[in-house]
Design a protein around this ligand. Structure first.
Ligand SMILES: C[S@@+](CC[C@H](N)C(=O)[O-])C[C@H]1O[C@@H](n2cnc3c(N)ncnc32)[C@H](O)[C@@H]1O
Length: 234
């Protein structure tokens, strides 16, 4: 009896996965998750995470979990490289997510406490994506967590509070933990004030002018910088 050919015929679509692109399940979970990141920025985040994880095999650190939309991508990239994603959030929401503000979602209010609580939605998101084993979720304030953190990380993704106070504290707290060659990724960078708040843009400028980082890519409002020098929080 003739066996079917083991390899695809010439011209057939290849099934070789691209290491810098999320698999179909991960991408579908990202698109289904609550959150604010558009797909093009998500793909750029995944590519950066895949690069950093493969090169350094160190944890990938996120500030600003919310409901896990971007965490899915970091977790999938970490899984592929045999490392882990760490995501930090107090889960009470940023200023612009509070009741009465533009990005408020009443579905993530804890009715008993009367405050936002995105942790249950985050956990459901991660479970649906099949990525629970590849994430360490830290519930806390970013500067406090950074202050007790004792390990180098391969990537820092800053997407927490968008005031100058919070964005600066995220940079100052986490940039020193970024390994040489690691990637600093900043979301919501808007050079034109007409497009959005300026705090992440100021952190991006500060990182570049410190001389410790060089720019790798820009996709929408997502900026990827590589740490090239040791003095990382200038
Ligand atoms: C813009 S959302 C994150 C969105 C998420 N990365 C995504 O792609 O869906 C910002 C999150 O940062 C959290 N946050 C704001 N300030 C924080 C702080 N100082 N420490 C920890 N979490 C903070 C908020 O609770 C909120 O969930």
């Amino acid at each position: 009896m003739t066996q079917p050919a083991a390899s695809a015929p010439a011209g057939a679509p290849t099934e070789t996965p691209d290491a810098r692109t999320p698999d179909a399940r991960t991408l579908a979970a990202f698109e289904a998750a609550k959150g604010f990141m558009p797909v093009d920025e998500g793909l750029a985040l995944y590519a950066a995470a895949a690069d950093a994880a493969a090169a350094l095999r160190l944890p990938l650190l996120e500030v600003g979990t919310y409901c896990g939309r971007s965490t899915i991508l970091l977790a999938a990239a970490a899984r592929a490289a045999g490392t882990v994603a760490v995501t930090v959030d107090h889960h009470r929401g940023s200023e612009e997510q509070q009741p009465g503000w533009e990005y408020h979602d009443p579905e993530v209010v804890d009715p008993e406490v009367g405050r936002m609580d995105t942790l249950p939605t985050f956990r459901r998101t991660l479970h649906a994506a099949g990525l629970e084993d590849h994430v360490i979720a830290v519930v806390g304030r970013s500067p406090q967590v950074a202050g007790v953190w004792g390990k180098q990380v391969g990537l820092v993704f800053i997407d927490g509070g968008h005031t100058d106070e919070h964005a600066s504290a995220d940079y100052e707290g986490w940039a020193p933990h970024l390994a040489p060659g690691g990637l600093l990724v900043i979301h919501d960078v808007f050079p034109d004030p007409a497009d959005g708040g300026q705090a992440p843009y100021r952190v991006y400028r500060r990182a570049l002018t410190s001389g410790a980082f060089t720019e790798v890519s820009a996709t929408g409002s997502l900026r990827v910088l590589r740490r090239t020098e040791s003095a990382a929080s200038g």
